[in-house]
Design a binder for this molecule. Structure first.
Ligand code: ATP
Ligand code: MG
Length: 325
């Protein structure tokens, strides 16, 4: 059976790097691609940033490849993550040989809780002087994340994970998160240690090799994985996966990059690596590894886009990756 892959390029360089990722997928397998619209452009046309049909498609497809959305990003990506039932955002931050990086030894995968924390809390303006925010942490969501983390490290070259939290201050919410995650690891016989998230921010800069897989609450995962992105040399390289109960959505970490959009010079690496994560998720482990190796090889000595100091176009890099598959 051919898997159905929803393709939602969105705006800006999303419309340039997403087709590049599709080309790579076409080179390694047989999939049925269904195109859909979301973002600023479709909002200008129809009044809706996320048309119902796009939401339904993401909810029913075997997997979704998403590019980026401009000003409407929050109206697009949050419901899309919900459409696929996503409970974890997987964000690898790996430095590649040949690419300038502050910390070339960095190789960390962040598993970020994707449904609650402060992002699911309610903000209120209580007076002219006072605004508040509630923070949501459930044992069930923490447990689901922990189960995923255990499977993730069991199925990989890693055999343990680190949970980052601030349970010494947020005793109730992060306390629940910490206790639940460590509890699940203990039950499953997976080794897990812990780190205070502020200390993590320092340690990861000084000695990134200390960490392999880091499990975080929502906001901390957002911030700390961006910090690690800075250590490995750039937004154009980082993929991500939103894994759901039913299906999953894959997207580059970067946005629409309006400063370079339309010129055909965007780095397609993050989108192509997102496609590699999609392949792995659908069970095409060998194909996923081939894409990863081809990308690594091109980054090492192949054509480069301007963000990496080269002069190549998006298409040059994409063709080079396909040639080396
Ligand atoms: P948005 O508003 O959609 O978040 P942004 O400009 O704030 O857009 P990014 O799109 O993440 O944020 O881009 C930040 C910077 O990194 C920009 O200067 C952009 O040109 C550069 N950049 C991001 N992604 C790429 C890429 N794939 N190739 C080359 N440069 C990139
Ligand atoms: Mg941005």
């Amino acid at each position: 059976m051919t898997e159905e892959i929803a393709v939602i390029p969105g705006d800006g360089i999303g419309t340039e790097v997403t087709p590049a990722a599709v080309e790579v997928l076409e080179a390694v397998g047989e999939f049925e691609f269904v195109q859909a619209e979301a973002g600023d452009a479709v909002k200008d046309e129809t009044g809706e940033a996320l048309p119902e049909a796009t939401y339904e498609l993401a909810a029913s497809a075997d997997a979704t490849l998403f590019g980026a959305a401009g000003e409407t990003a929050a109206d697009v990506i949050i419901p899309l993550r919900e459409a696929v039932g996503s409970f974890v955002n997987v964000r690898p931050a790996r430095a590649y040989p040949g690419v300038d990086a502050l910390r070339p030894e960095t190789d960390i995968v962040f598993l970020r809780e994707n449904t609650e924390g402060v992002y699911a809390g309610h903000e209120s303006r209580l007076s002219d002087d006072l605004s508040t925010l509630t923070r949501v942490v459930t044992s069930s969501a923490s447990e689901r994340l922990a189960e995923f983390a255990c499977e993730f490290v069991e199925g990989d070259e890693y055999d343990e994970f680190t949970v980052a939290h601030k349970a010494n201050v947020m005793r109730e919410t992060d306390g629940r998160f910490r206790e639940t995650v460590l509890g699940v690891a203990d039950e499953r016989g997976v080794e897990a240690d812990e780190v205070l998230m502020d200390a993590f921010a320092t340690h990861v800069c000084l000695d990134p090799e200390k960490f392999d897989v880091v499990v975080c609450p929502n906001l901390a995962g957002d911030v700390l994985s961006d910090l690690a992105a800075g250590l490995v040399g750039g937004l154009g390289l980082l993929p991500s996966a939103n894994i759901g109960t039913e299906n999953a959505l894959f997207e580059p970490v970067h946005g629409t990059a309006p400063d370079i959009a339309g010129e055909g010079v965007a780095n397609p690496t993050a989108a192509i690596l997102s496609a590699a994560m999609l392949l792995d998720h659908l069970g095409y482990t060998e194909e996923s590894a081939r894409v990863d190796e081809a990308v690594t090889s091109v980054l090492e000595d192949g054509p480069r886009t301007a963000d990496l100091g080269g002069e190549a176009s998006t298409e040059d890099v994409t063709s080079a990756v396909i040639d080396r598959l």
